[in-house]
Design a protein. Structure first.
Lengths: 271, 253
């Protein structure tokens, strides 16, 4: 898959299950948006096979667009239309749209239904964006970096909205560069870096986190001691046994596993 | 077709709530007419054997209003919507692209017709410039052909505008000089013939002549077919360029 002379992504192999929240994770410039735009039918690919809801997005028509919803990475709203009007306008594009008021409630804009888009905060605008993508009652929703630039409380609210989509039985294709977002929302995560997939799995087992060495650290005579072990129980037993026998404390004793963040940084570092 | 009406309704709402579009499309022509009539009101213009200045300026300002409501307004608003990502979002829905464009063109033509009524009424009430009712079919025909052609040119022009900030300068740099050279601002009896010949190479002059012929009796046929054909050809060229070069995705960012 390439555009212009630059090959953006290659050898990407993805499969998203119906009804899951799938997170496509990677640093800026990793090829996330290129991939998503191919799936959304915005961008032509130079090679490979793509099937979204059983159709090739490059050739799919109106019927296919009835079944998907798209939240673009950066897209403003018509500043002169209200929340309700923006949703009504988009509802008119679909054969069987969701009820307007229910959608307003779903994205948490009940008190703002008659406010113009220009009067909404950044987080509220983004939620209206999500509402417009949902108004056609799609089976599959693309969310491209839905919370980039949000303050923590706006992010939390957006997360609640997205988590609510899974309960509606929607399939969500979420693009993000936030590890915690993927961890919080996704059933499965795939990590892309430098245009190639570097890891895939559930947020829990991503990058074989479970089988990685644990890190044990403590202070001895004012010196920081750290060691890595694949058998933390045994190592701890030896350490503490010796300390007990010598009648001293292991100050600042800590056993840690690599966090998802560590794994992610490590995975995306080399490129 | 009902989808076009749906789109048109919301385009109308957004248009009338936008202070910039209302000022430049509605307020500005009215102000221009008041200024020209106040400054040059007592003079006569040496066309058609001598007519009042205001009789000259009413069709001139209607010409400007039509171009402003179509080419100028569309080029600006479409570039803004494109760079906002709003056109791209619309393309992600089942709405056929032609519906969106048809809604916008319909919006522009309706505003142009409203400006015809507004400026004609103002000319009649404030300056006694008669409304040639018997020529109404010719007036409406000329206006609609011109409006459609300048819509196509405005949509084509968006391809040459790289960003939101560039929209107003590019549109004004094209239109303002041509308004002067085509006799819209300065009566053409005061323009050197070389200037008018130069202006003849562009559609504004032809549309102005066609509309002037329709609006001011005494110059022969009400429909100036030759001028209208030139305008229509420009429109077709604009449409072809628009089909080829119009883009839905932002150029920057």
């Amino acid at each position: 898959m390439s555009y212009g002379d630059v090959e953006a992504v290659r050898g990407i192999d993805l499969e998203v299950q119906r009804g899951e929240v799938f997170a496509f994770l990677g640093p800026n410039g990793a090829g996330k948006t290129s991939t998503v735009e191919i799936l959304e039918g915005y961008r032509k690919r130079s090679g490979g096979e793509v099937s979204v809801l059983g159709e090739d997005p490059e050739r799919a028509g109106r019927r296919w667009r009835e079944r998907i919803g798209i939240v673009l990475q950066s897209c403003r709203l018509d500043p002169y239309l209200t929340v309700r009007e923006s949703l009504q306008l988009y509802a008119g594009y679909y054969e069987a749209p969701r009820p307007i008021e229910e959608t307003i409630e779903l994205v948490g804009l009940l008190g703002k239904a008659d406010a113009r888009a220009s009067a909404l905060s950044g987080g509220q605008q983004r939620r209206l964006d999500v509402g417009m993508a949902l108004i056609g009652d799609p089976e599959l929703l693309f969310l491209d970096e839905p919370t980039t630039g949000f303050d923590p409380s706006a992010r939390r609210q957006a997360w609640e909205t997205i988590a609510g989509l899974r309960d509606l039985g929607k399939t969500v294709f979420l693009t993000t560069h936030y590890m915690d977002e993927a961890q919080r929302l996704a059933d499965r995560v795939t990590v892309i870096s430098g245009g190639e997939i570097v890891a895939r799995g559930t947020p829990e087992d991503l990058g074989d986190r479970e089988s990685r060495p644990a890190r044990i650290s403590y202070r001895e005579g004012g010196q920081e001691v750290a060691l890595e072990t694949t058998t933390p129980v045994q190592t701890l037993n030896e350490l503490t046994g010796r300390a007990l026998a010598e009648g001293r404390e292991l100050e600042g004793l800590e056993v840690t596993r690599p966090s998802l963040e560590d794994v992610y940084l490590e995975l995306t570092e080399q490129t | 077709m009902s989808l076009v009406l749906h789109q048109f309704r919301y385009d109308q709402k957004a248009f009338w709530r936008n202070p910039a579009s209302v000022f430049f499309t509605v307020g500005f022509p009215v102000i221009l007419l008041l200024i020209f009539a106040t400054i040059f009101g007592d003079q006569t213009v040496d066309v058609r054997g001598g007519i009042k200045t205001t009789t000259y300026y009413v069709p001139a300002i209607i010409t400007l209003s039509v171009i402003s409501a179509t080419m100028q307004s569309l080029a600006m608003s479409l570039v803004i919507a494109r760079e906002d990502g709003r056109l791209k979002r619309g393309r992600g829905t089942p709405m056929p692209p032609w519906v969106f464009i048809a809604g916008r063109i319909g919006n522009s033509i309706v505003v142009a017709l409203m400006m015809l009524i507004l400026i004609a009424a103002l000319g009649r009430l404030a300056y006694g410039v008669g409304i040639p009712w018997s020529r109404l079919p010719a007036i409406v025909l000329t206006l609609v052909v011109g409006a459609a052609a300048f819509c196509c040119l405005g949509i084509a022009l968006t391809a040459a505008i790289p960003s939101q900030d560039a929209a107003a300068p590019i549109v004004n740099a094209l239109l303002l000089p041509l308004y002067f050279l085509s006799g819209v601002f300065i009566p053409d009896d005061q323009l050197p013939s070389g200037v008018v010949h130069f202006a003849d190479a562009f559609p504004i002059r032809h549309f102005f002549e066609a509309f002037f012929d329709a609006y001011v009796p005494g110059g022969g046929a009400a429909v100036s077919w030759g001028n209208l054909a030139v305008v229509a050809i420009w429109g077709v060229v604009g449409a072809l360029l628009a089909v080829r070069y119009f883009r839905w995705t932002p150029r920057s960012g």
